[in-house]
Design a protein around this ligand. Sequence first.
Ligand code: MG
Length: 400
Amino acid sequence: MGTTSRRDFLKRAGLISAAALVAPTGLPAFDKAGNIAGGNAGTPSRPVGSNASKGRLTLEWEDFTGILKHTFTISGSSRSSTPIVLTRITWNGITGYGEASMPPYLGETSASVNEFLKRVRADVLPKFDDPFRIQEIMESVDSLATNNTAAKASVDIALHDLTGRIMGQPWWKIWGFSPENTPCTSFTIGYDADDDVVREKTREASWAKVLKVKLGMGNDKDRRMINLIRETAPDVPVYVDANQGWKDRSETLEMIEWLAGKGVVMVEQPLSKYDLDGHAWLTERSPLPIIADESCQRLTDIPRLKGAFHGINIKLMKCTGMREAREMITLAKALGMRLMIGCMTETSVAISAASQLSPEMEWADLDGNVLLANDCFSGMKLTDGKITLSDAAGIGVNPV
Ligand SMILES: [Mg+2]
């Protein structure tokens, strides 16, 4: 969809926000940040589930192409743009925003998300008139198809944003998390064959308190990347993501031992996502924590990863959104596993949604919006590289 259509989409949302300000239906009025106007953000103004809350849940969406500032190369693929679908769910004049971001290796496309959302609109939403029934709505959405996790997340995020706005509270607060516990986000440096490009990317990332480096290209190339980054940034902690690129477990352990000596603090998905034995062997011996990314998609994956990895990387686009991500935190903590939150290249909508969970995380890689040249929302801000949560209701975003 073109720029004009996108402006129309955002403009319509703006009109609805303006309508919500005058609260024609007796609902609480909201300012632009989605907070209840008049400073009574902490006071629920009406009982949830009363007749006054009845209304249609209207789902709309549009395609959006995220343009990357730099061509992004990881083990196995390379790209300069990323397909995104922006969603919004409106109920009684209040709008919540959501997003599906579809990196090509996960199997979803704009077409598949469009088809899936048509089914949500036709088969699921007409059965509900209360957006607070997120559990039941999302179970129904989940049952439509086996995969389509990004499409499902785009519905889940919009519902959370909508209900948070109705309550006048951000989700980190609704969940009871402590905002000062947010980690710093890492900033990702993709592989590049040109030494000067790697140096330039590292210099551009000087604001970040942590770097994440994509490896798995082979022993010599991987060591070259780390050595180049260390020329420009000698002291900053580094996360390494091999994206399943390493094959032999003994060689991988040697590489991890070398990386530990280079100030690397954590390694994501060194081996194939299917090789749990190999990962368990590494986890037993590695001087650095080994974190599951591709091996860990959803809640039901976690029990079998206990012992094979030190921890898991939760991403909203893999796990169908904020509802299941919250459940994954509880289960992983109960199993004594360590936690990371990650992202795809996505706008401030999905990044801000993920940041609501970040106080529970040891590590965060929420730089997807920073990698985009055309982010069309404002939301979560970084302060000196640290994730900073605001009091803005819902997921705390606005179209720009
Ligand atoms: Mg990863």
